[in-house]
Design a protein around this ligand. Structure first.
Ligand code: ADP
Length: 254
């Protein structure tokens, strides 16, 4: 059995191929303007890595924001279902998953079988998502991957604006006024942590808690979220791939 899971996200496309011997291969690339092209390239790369041909694939399942734009797949699934499946295989003890991606943030509650029991989602507003961090990193002349290394938690500057566009102006104003850039970055991480923790509290948090999505790579947001929730947070090794992993597992199982 060879199953491929694709998570065609707003920012990054992730793919996982699972062979029946449980060996898996992962690939990531920017989604770019065409989710369909990204999906095609991911499949080619995964097959290359695994030394397989197209004819060896039994099933391809797709999830993510761009899943509706791709045609050559056997099934499309919700991100909620795929993240739940992906996390439950890596960390069966997890009951609450917090996923922060490029365009939305989600809180998913799962039972001991990895099934979704409840969820909440913010996809209306960029604040509290990876987009917010990307826009503000840009305003600071940095790449989003540099933010966590630059933050200065000894002088956290609170960002008051709730909207990404206003927050960007606020940050530019603060920097122009001579405020510490690295203190502003610590404030940015705190603001994302606070927002997402508030959504999680509204749904109700049950430990253990896992943090997934590309934003989970950012150590500053991890720490801020952990402080806001007041509990230990598990970061799966494949934190940006859990949706694709879940889709690949479901493709192999069904
Ligand atoms: P989507 O599925 O919507 O494309 P992802 O879960 O792939 O979203 O997460 C994308 C977000 O992850 C980006 O907006 C960015 O904020 C963050 N991100 C990606 N790579 C890194 C990195 N190396 N360091 C810090 N943050 C990152």
């Amino acid at each position: 059995m060879v199953g491929i899971g694709l998570d065609i996200g707003s920012t990054a496309s992730k793919g996982v191929l699972i062979k029946n011997d449980h060996k898996h291969y992962c690939e990531i690339m920017p989604t770019g303007w065409s989710p369909r092209d990204a999906a095609g390239q991911l499949i080619e790369k995964l097959l290359d890595n695994a030394g397989l041909d197209r004819s060896d694939i039994n099933r391809i399942y797709a999830t993510g924001y761009g899943r509706i734009a791709i045609s050559d797949v056997d099934k499309t699934l919700t991100e909620i279902k795929c993240h739940a499946r992906g996390v439950s295989i890596l960390h069966p003890e997890v009951r609450t998953i917090i996923d922060i991606g490029g365009q939305d943030s989600k809180v998913i509650k799962v039972n001991e079988n990895g099934q979704v029991v409840d969820f909440a989602m913010n996809d209306k507003c960029a604040a509290g998502t990876g987009r917010f961090l990307q826009v503000t990193a840009n305003a600071l002349g940095m790449d989003v991957s540099e933010l966590a290394f630059a933050e200065d938690r000894s002088q956290i500057i609170s960002i008051n604006s709730m909207c990404t566009v206003f927050a960007e102006s606020e940050i530019i104003g603060l920097i122009a006024g001579g405020i510490s850039r690295n203190g502003v970055i610590a404030g940015l991480h705190q603001s994302v942590g606070k927002r997402v923790a508030a959504m999680a509290r509204r749904l109700g948090i049950q430990e253990k808690v896992a943090f997934t999505g590309g934003v989970a790579i950012n150590n500053g947001v991890r720490r801020a979220l952990g402080e806001e929730l007041g509990c230990e947070i598990i970061i799966p090794d494949l934190c940006q791939y859990t949706g694709a992993l879940g889709a690949a597992l479901l493709a192999c199982e069904q």
